[in-house]
Design a binder for this molecule. Structure first.
Ligand SMILES: Cc1ncc(COP(=O)(O)O)c(C=O)c1O
Length: 356
């Protein structure tokens, strides 16, 4: 049965929590002598009044993101990257030492790390050989204490979209919160599930400014969900989690939508080029289809090749330790010059191996 009564899922101490009330929750204009800020100003030149604390709720930025994603302001939570919402969800829903979550490896590693930090058990239901979900197995793995299911689509590191029908089946049948991590959604042809949060109160969609917006350095992640879940996330977060420099860059990110689109198109073109070039190499067994800004490929002696590439200054990610990813490397699509350097270095390594 899907969860409709979110309140009953919240840990008791969080339900009873009296959140911290920060000075800027009460007033942000006037002669501000309430927050022990340095009224003489900051030591860094900026128009952003950096000597004042930022908005605790960042309403302007939340409104802008809500409009862009076609949801309401109340559906948006902003975090320090996506990693903060992942951790907060764990803390809101999972009783340490008692509750569990489900992940579907191979997938993004932070769900497990965050669960481990919070002393929450991790149940794993592997993807199929074609990297798709097993909805029935996931449902039967879920017990009374299984509080969150983490899905990732497009998935890292496998690069593919999960089937929409499987994800919907899980949103409507999993007896807890279903998180769909859409970090790479803007590279995909699939539509975001963000607007479905209006329909399914147990759905949380995660997005980030780190990928398609090219703003990994500002650490801005977004959780989109029912107003009820968002209100608990706002209560549990650190008072001023999003700083002024980050909020300013986040707002400006929407000023140049043409560049956003142009860069995505360029990355996708380059991705197709690199995929094609990789597929020509005999040692490359498979280049997996990608809906992201990276490629996963299976190559003979992957670990050795990864190390030889690193010696030549080309850094990719070895994923051969992940289940179903034996002998796999993951390469992020770079600028055209980077991609050519990567392909040349790989060719050189493979040619040298042939000579040996
Ligand atoms: C699937 C997935 N989710 C989340 C993140 C982290 O995003 P952020 O930079 O917003 O913390 C990553 C980063 O690689 C990712 O691959």
């Amino acid at each position: 049965m899907p969860v409709t009564d979110i309140e009953s899922q919240i840990r008791e101490n969080i339900r009873k929590l009296t959140p911290y009330r920060s000075a800027r929750d009460d007033f942000s204009k006037g002669v501000l002598l309430d927050a022990n800020e340095n009224s003489y100003g900051s030591t860094v030149r900026s128009d952003l009044k950096l000597h004042r604390y930022p908005s605790p709720t960042q309403d302007e930025l939340r409104q802008k993101i809500a409009e862009y994603r076609g949801v309401d302001f109340e559906n948006i939570f902003l975090g320090v990257g996506s990693d903060e919402p992942i951790d907060l969800l764990m803390r809101i829903f999972c009783e340490p030492g008692r509750d569990s979550i489900i992940t579907t490896p191979p997938t993004y590693g932070m769900y497990k790390v965050s669960a481990n930090i919070n002393n929450v058990e991790v149940k794993e239901v592997l993807l199929t050989d074609s990297f798709q979900l097993k909805p029935d197995e996931i449902i039967s793995e879920a017990g009374e204490d299984t509080k969150i299911l983490f899905l990732c689509s497009p998935n890292n590191p496998t690069a593919n979209d999960m089937k929409r029908t499987d994800m919907l089946k899980l949103v409507t049948r999993f007896p807890g919160i279903v998180v769909v991590d859409e970090a790479y959604i803007d590279f995909s042809k699939e539509e975001s599930m963000a607007q479905m949060v209006q329909q399914y109160p147990n759905l949380v969609v995660l997005q980030t400014f780190s990928k398609a917006f090219g703003l990994a350095g500002i650490r801005l992640g977004v959780a989109i969900s029912s107003p009820q879940i968002i209100s608990y996330m706002l209560r549990v977060k650190a008072p001023y989690n999003i700083n002024k420099l980050t909020a300013d860059a986040g707002l400006k990110a929407f000023d140049n939508k043409n560049l956003f689109k142009f860069n995505i198109e360029a990355i996708l073109d380059q991705r197709d080029y690199v995929a094609e070039q990789l597929s020509f190499a005999d040692a490359v067994e498979k280049v997996y289809p990608s809906s992201t800004n990276y490629l996963l490929f299976k190559i003979r002696n992957a670990k050795e090749i990864y190390e030889k590439l690193a010696k030549k200054g080309i850094i990719v990610r070895y994923r051969g330790n992940e289940p179903l990813c034996e002998d796999c490397l993951r390469v992020t699509i770079g600028m055209p010059d980077d991609n050519v350097r990567f392909l040349k270095a790989l060719k050189q390594i493979l040619d040298e191996e042939l000579e040996d």
